[in-house]
Design a protein. Sequence first.
Length: 295
Amino acid sequence: MWFFRRLGGLLRDTMLSLRGHDLALHAAGVTFYAGIAVVPSILLAIWLSARLVGDDRMVELGRSLGDALPDELGAPQVAEATIAAGLGQPTVVALAVLIPATFYGEGLRRAFVSLTDARDTLIGWRGRLLVLPLFAAAPALLLVVLLVTPTVARLFGEGGASVLLGIVLAFLTDWVVLWFSLTWVYRVVSPRRPGWLASVWGGAVTGSFIAGFVQGFVLFLSLPLDLGLPFGGFVQIGGVVAVGLWLYLLHVLVLVGFAMTLRMEARGGVPWHPVPEPAPAGDGGARRAVVVPEG
């Protein structure tokens, strides 16, 4: 029981820390920056990945990705076209897309500063520079996902219980990639710089929720919806709005995960540890833990 009480205390403290902050507005702000950065980031990751495995292999993996996606809303065609666009970039253009791609780091750091009492200068430039190492890791992260897609596509094609196994495999793959990425974001891009242990826990927990959310988005893509219906029949506008809404909800989770990571840091980096409290004056600055009775 003590374990669940402490986890409940962590969640309660996380929600309390967000009071007085307009979480929805900050998530919308990050989504704006993501709207600038997401396509250049994907194109750069594709171009870099092709330097490792070759263009032909990337085209093959793009087809496998298309086979693993539902085609009701045209997702396979978008996936294959994106791969082709990334491979077709000249070297100069591929490197130039770093400029808009790094805006994502700026958006994240601005949101993190707004959610804490941290004082920061050159927020935009710091965020954009600190996110650069993730682009160096982007080929490996993208290839982890793409190399699994042939197996996922085969499992989906077999039907029955294999579909469930494919969903689990896709979830675990997305989780590992998100875990790594969010750990870096929470530890390095954040102005508060929580410890690695808290950042790893925060990245793992938040990544699991977002990985599940990604599977939900894939399910959404399988629905026979008319995305242009609310927008005068303009399907492209409806598609952009749908992706924007998905990104917005995703960033709500990212920011809540950041707040939770800071609360974990206050617990020594472990979610179920008690919160230390300052010792009485004259105790040499030592701190003791608040012990919650077990049982």
